[in-house]
Design a protein. Sequence first.
Length: 195
Amino acid sequence: MKKQPEITDRTRQKFVDAFWALAKEKPVSKIAVSELTRLAGYNRSTFYEYFLDTDDLLSYVENKLIEDVKKVAQTSISDEKPPTEFFRMVFSAMNEEIYILLGPNGDSSFLSRVRAELIPLASKYIPVRPDSENFDYLIAFVNSAMFGLLERWHENNKDISPEEISELMQRLVSGGVMEYMKALGNLPPAESLSQ
């Protein structure tokens, strides 16, 4: 007899919930099927009806998160909206689970997957052609800076609003870090910058 879809979805979700509970406490690479089944309240054979192994479950949750953020990003692209609005919407869509996967307990390849999905969508707001000299380095620099800010924002319990983090990011990208430090009056003497 075939299981009803709502039972199947509910069972799968219990494994996903167990995964997130464990991922908050330990590296995702160390999560074992026995822990997942105990926490979800099912046996191993039930787990294997839904997932091949823990890597398969990790792929499942990563794919779902990326699709959710992509949907928000795609609906946020507009000629009328400034880049800050696009990034604000994307950052607002990034939930606790994304930061778990981007953090020290997460999956080191997840950031590359997120970048690969978001860069083509964000490219509308990048005023440089992909065939420009050193384009890959430019994108790597901007991405590292943006995701670094997002990680710090999350670590600080999102102590400023999505609008404020988006505006800060926009100011740093459009005006440069040095100009931002000058505006704050915290720029070190020129001789210390050249050392």
